[in-house]
Structures are given as C-alpha cells and as structure tokens.
Write a protein that binds this ligand. Sequence first.
Ligand SMILES: [Cu+2]
Length: 162
Amino acid sequence: MGSLVFSGKALVLILFIMSILAIGAMANKESNWNYDWYRHQNANQPKKVVVGGSENWHFGFNYTDWALKNGPFYLGDTLVFNYDPPNNTTFPHSVYLLPNYWSFLKCDLRWARKIADVNQGGGQGFEFVLRRWQPYYFACGESAGFHCRNGTMKFPVMPLMH
Ligand SMILES: [Cu+2]
C-alpha cells in the first residue's frame, strides 16, 4: 500500500517535469520562421550539446535552468560534459545518474550510477547519448552530494521522440 502511494506520487511528479519540458518546447517554437524551418529540415539530425554551454560543468551554475532553456532534447542527442581533471586550482567533478525524482530532489546518491569519474571530463569531454525514452536525472556526485545540493550541479532531461 505504502509503495503504491509512493509510485503514484512519483508518477505525478514525472508528469509534472514532462509538462515543464513541454512548455520549454513550446516556448522554443515562438522563435522566427527561418529557425523553425531550419529545425524542421534538421529534425532527424541528432545534435551534440555541451552541458552548460560555455560555462561547462562546474559548481554554482543552475543546470536545471540551463536544461529548460536549451531543451527539448531528442532521442539520439549527445550531451557533452566538460570539466577539468583534478588539479590544484579547481574542484573535481563527476557525472552520476540518479534513479528517480526523489533522489534527484534530495541529491541522494545511494542508488546513483556513476557514468563518468573525475578524469573523464577532460579533453573532448564525456559524451552521453540519450538512447532511451525515459527521464534522466544527471548530477555531480562529488563531496557526497554537496555539489548537487549546494552547487546546483544537477538537471533532468526527458528526451522526446522525433
Ligand atoms: Cu561537482
């Protein structure tokens, strides 16, 4: 019974997130005609997007906001995480996938899956392809969730079908 209630709430929250992403998609459609035409012509071309744009992947940038403004993302698109390997001047970062919305909200890393360690953001960066039609919850896993909680190094992505 308890788990039924929980999954119901989780579903509502997932739908909520999806509706936010859909609003982001509609907002993008307000752009000019030429751009829409360009998007249409290139609709099936997967794109490669650098997470955070020129900000890359660092402490204190609002990646949820970035994801809402730069979405929607589509199946087959690639997210690129750029961050320096551990050195004397920057804090190390990493990339984890959190299993659900609750762990995302709380930056609970207990059931998270590490997909890139502190060294994999260097060079061309760490590339992650959105292969599945599911919500993805990305987060930095460093300092036991401190970067995720206090550094807002987290964002959700729900890839859309073309
Ligand atoms: Cu970090």
